[in-house]
Design a protein around this ligand. Sequence first.
Ligand code: DQA
Length: 164
Amino acid sequence: MESAEKRILVLHGPNLNLLGSREPAVYGSTTLQEINASLQQRAASLGVAVDCFQSNYEGALIERIQQAPGVYAAILINPAALTHYSYALRDALAAAALPVLEVHLSNIFSREPFRHHSVISPLARGVICGLGPEGYLLGLEALVKILQQEEKKRLSSMHVRQQA
Ligand code: DQA
């Protein structure tokens, strides 16, 4: 499906709507709107589209993930606190079976012990943390590269099958 190869869903979990004013010593002063705008800009330069969605509700994020297959090619997610305990979010991502890139603004490993574990990471293609808003852009670039590599593999296996 042509369009499913070009759209990336960006999900932000609980409390990330407060970025800019929330614990600036930890999360910096960049707002979520600014992060989303820079993602839109980078996406355009990479030749993909992004749709950004934030919710403080686990169920709302899960519903967006359930609707993603066939519409989006990959998911870039900062699950926020849900990272550490939401098996429901984890299961939704597993069911969607799309490439997932997990991002955190802060270095979760240098913080409280409860933040050291992610129930999402085992099914993520990669995890970026501690790089602030730049992490989202690097995550987007990584996902685009992953999609390009998968497309290349798909085309070359089609080619091999046609030759056989
Ligand atoms: C966070 C880290 C989480 O531990 C925390 O609950 C958040 C934000 C980050 O981006 O650093 O809300 O995901």
